[in-house]
Design a binder for this molecule. Sequence first.
Ligand SMILES: [Fe+2]
Length: 190
Amino acid sequence: MQKTKQQDAIALLTTDHKEVKQLFKEFEKLCQQEDVDEEKSDLVEQICSELTIHAQIEEEVFYPAARDAIDEHDIMDEAEVEHASAKELIAQLGSMEPGDDLYDAKVMVLGEYVNHHVQEEEGEMFPKVKKSKLDLGALGDMLSERKQELREDMGMDMQDEDMPAAKPGRSEKSSSTRGKSNKSNKSMSH
Ligand SMILES: [Fe+2]
C-alpha cells in the first residue's frame, strides 16, 4: 500500500510526468473519434487534477528544496512561470466542455506546456539536483505524503494503492444519475 513511499523525489516526479504524458496521448486518440465528449471530459478532468497536484507538490515541497540546493535561480524561476501558464489553461478548461470553441486546442497546448516542463526538469533541473547534497529519499517521502493528502482532498481514487473502491469519487459530478434510480425503476415495472 505504501508503494510510492519508496520512490525518491526525482523518481516520483518522473513517474508523474510519464503518467500525465500518457493521458495526453489518450486525449489525442480520442480526438480522432466521434461521439466521445464524455470520455474527453472525464480524461481532461483527470489530466487537470493530476497536473494541479503535480504543480502544487513541486511548488510547495520540491522547488524550495531544489532552489536551496542548486545555485541556478534562472531554472527555478522559469519553472514557476511555466506553472503559472499551465494553471491558467487548466482554469479555463475547468469551465469548458468538449465541443466548445478551442477546447481541443487548449488541451493540446497544455500538453505542449507539459512536454516542455518535462524536458526542462528532466534535462536540466533534475541532473543538477541529483549532483547536489539534497536528501532525495526524504524529499520523496514528503512529496508522496503531500500528494496523497491532496488526492484525498480532491476526492480522487488512490491509484496504485490497494484501496477498496469505497471512496466517493468524482462520479458524483453528474447528479442526474444517482444510484437510487435503479431500484425505483424496477418496482415500477409491474
Ligand atoms: Fe514536474
